[in-house]
Design a protein around this ligand. Structure first.
Ligand code: AP5
Ligand code: MG
Ligand code: ZN
Length: 214
């Protein structure tokens, strides 16, 4: 299956993606994770992305489209893929359409996870992420068994630099201005499926699987 997971910052895209790819056996392609990894490794891509990410702005379209293009051409995407956090602008959505056409692929569905603002802010404020494997936790809703240590790989968990105060506000504003219009875009394409995100992680997953007929 070729899928997109959409939704505002903190909606639970990454959380659901990890569970979905395990079940569907397809690669998880998160542009945010790719940028964070590049920043950690100090690569040219990381340096390009850093300033934008830390201030809650979008990395320029040409940079982001370039990395997704390379990733989708890799052989493991032949069995399908799950895009998380891409596309995020109409320009990216149009570019993806062109690229999938070139690769002879079609999208099966665009899953849009809906969560209200107060909950989004609570989820981001309490989020912890593993430095090594990008597993996601929450201080209140899903804390690691041992404080500061990843359950999956033993790595160190940390708070993302963009999960604080003003940057969270900025990311939500950027979402409203640049990403929310994609809901209409994919509705017109007949691909949009809205998912109620204000539920427990397991219930959200069940709704997604059911909507995909799995
Ligand atoms: P990215 O990393 O994609 O961040 P985002 O879209 O802001 O989304 P998040 O990762 O913050 O949230 P999520 O929906 O994955 O939620 P999660 O599962 O972690 O992008 C970061 C930055 O990179 C951007 O600002 C931009 O600069 C750049 N970038 C990335 N892609 C780009 C693109 N295409 N174009 C340009 N720039 C790009 O969950 C959140 C928290 O809630 C966690 O603590 C989790 O444990 C908890 N939680 C999850 N589900 C539930 C639930 N059901 N109940 C209770 N708690 C829950
Ligand atoms: Mg994420
Ligand atoms: Zn880990």
């Amino acid at each position: 299956m070729n899928l997109i997971l959409m939704g505002p910052p903190g909606a639970g895209k990454g959380t659901q993606a990890v569970l979905l790819v395990k079940q569907l056996q397809i690669p998880h392609i998160s542009t945010g994770d790719m940028f964070r990894q590049a920043m950690q490794q100090g690569t040219e891509l990381g340096l390009k992305a850093k300033g934008y990410m830390e201030t809650g702005q979008l990395v320029p379209d040409e940079v982001t489209i370039g990395i997704v293009k390379e990733r989708l051409k890799q052989t493991d995407c032949q069995k399908g893929f799950l895009l998380d956090g891409f596309p995020r602008t109409v320009v990216q959505a149009e570019a993806l359409k062109g690229l999938l056409g070139e690769l002879n692929k079609n999208l099966d569905a665009v899953l849009n996870i809906e969560v209200d603002r107060p909950n989004l802010i609570r989820r981001m404020a309490g989020r912890l992420v593993c430095r090594q494997c990008a597993a996601t936790y929450h201080v209140e809703y899903n804390a690691p068994k041992q404080e500061g240590v990843c359950d999956v790989c033993g790595g160190e968990v940390y708070q993302r630099a963009d999960d604080t105060g003003a940057t969270v506000e900025k990311r939500l504003a950027v979402y409203d201005a640049q990403t929310a219009p994609l809901i209409g875009f994919y509705q017109k394409e007949g691909l949009l499926i809205n998912i109620l995100g204000n539920q427990k992680v397991e219930a959200v997953l069940q709704d997604i699987l059911q909507s995909l007929g799995i």
